[in-house]
Unconditional design. Structure first.
Length: 333
């Protein structure tokens, strides 16, 4: 029996030409940047995606294959993009092969897309590679448009090589798109994927002393935009009845600080009384962290420690290797 439900993402496109190429070949591509590899890691085989362009959602697909291509700058279908004034050129080594499920072209103004539309508005438009939607949005999209009935054109690439992206804590090994510095975005993806497994979510709620929620009824979502910022991870009841209970999670790659607790408290207050807990996940905390929490108005704040066991400065690691080394631990208070 599967331990995770498929997630649903809207992947944003920078121009109409790239949108048409994505739909023509049923492919998605992400750039040779930390945001590109982050998106590639966030979306898993079996997940659903739609394309997002001009405040509209296009088609519904399932992800059938993920590949990172070497020397992708010279590979079709997308041309490299050079941005001014930085002069940086981006191309698309991180790719998803898609199976079209439904043909649709729907405005995000529709109430069925309100979860994504709110994120889009509060995050200032398309300066994001992707937006994760909730299960309700996926259910709505699954009833829009019509079942796909067209033939898909296959893009044939000759003699290409693939690679597995790696991550390092040592800057001298950094060489995008094959090796990136281990940054907070990647840690967020690690935490979110850990929580999408029921065993991981159960462990997390136990460590955070959250006992009011049924793991089977929850869904774990990526960044949730708020007027004051954004929550790194939102855990909420997938089908709320009467009360929509939530846990918000902030992730810090280093030491959790007083400022982080203050920001977390603001997010809890902004989302209101249905927030069961706000949890700060960090590598370490001050020894007096329990006292610091008690000083705050909101007593629903919790802290959880993460570790990456035996990670070395002299090694590079794949995302799967990092997942194997990743653990959550109780903070002694």
């Amino acid at each position: 029996m599967p331990t995770r439900k498929p997630s649903y993402f809207l992947v944003s496109l920078s121009n109409k030409e790239n949108l048409n190429l994505c739909m023509r070949y049923s492919l998605a591509g992400f750039s040779n940047s930390i945001s590109g590899v982050w998106t590639f890691l966030e979306i898993k085989e079996g997940d659903f995606i739609s394309f997002l362009y001009g405040a509209k959602a296009f088609n519904l697909y399932t992800v059938t294959r993920k590949e990172a291509l070497k020397n992708a700058k010279s590979l079709p279908p997308w041309s490299p993009i050079t941005f001014r004034p930085s002069g940086r050129t981006y191309y698309f080594p991180f790719r998803l092969t898609l199976n079209p499920v439904r043909k649709l072209e729907e405005s995000l103004v529709r109430p069925e897309f309100s979860y994504v539309a709110e994120n889009l508005l509060l995050r200032g438009g398309y300066r994001r590679t992707h937006f994760q939607a909730d299960q309700t949005t996926l259910q709505n999209a699954s009833q829009m448009g019509n079942l796909w009935s067209e033939r898909v054109e296959i893009l044939k690439l000759q003699d290409y090589e693939t690679f597995v992206p790696k991550f390092t804590r040592n800057r001298k090994f950094v060489s995008p798109p094959e090796t990136f510095l281990l940054q907070e975005l990647i840690l967020q993806a690690l935490v979110r994927q850990y929580l999408t497994e029921k065993s991981g979510l159960s462990r997390f709620l136990e460590l955070a002393d959250v006992s009011k929620l049924d793991v089977q009824s929850l869904e774990v979502l990526g960044e949730k935009a708020l007027p004051q910022g954004h929550v790194d991870i939102l855990i909420k009841e997938a089908v709320p009845i009467g009360i929509s209970r939530k846990v918000i999670v902030e992730v810090k790659i280093g030491k959790g600080s007083e400022r982080d607790l203050e920001q977390l408290e603001k997010y809890v207050e902004e989302l209101g009384s249905e927030v069961v807990s706000g949890v700060l996940v960090a590598r370490e905390f001050p020894k007096d962290v329990a006292y610091r929490i008690k000083k705050r108005k909101n007593q629903n704040l919790k802290v959880v420690k993460y570790t990456l066991k035996d990670i070395s400065l002299d090694e590079n690691y794949t995302f799967e290797q990092l997942r194997e080394k990743f653990e959550l631990l109780r903070v002694s208070t």
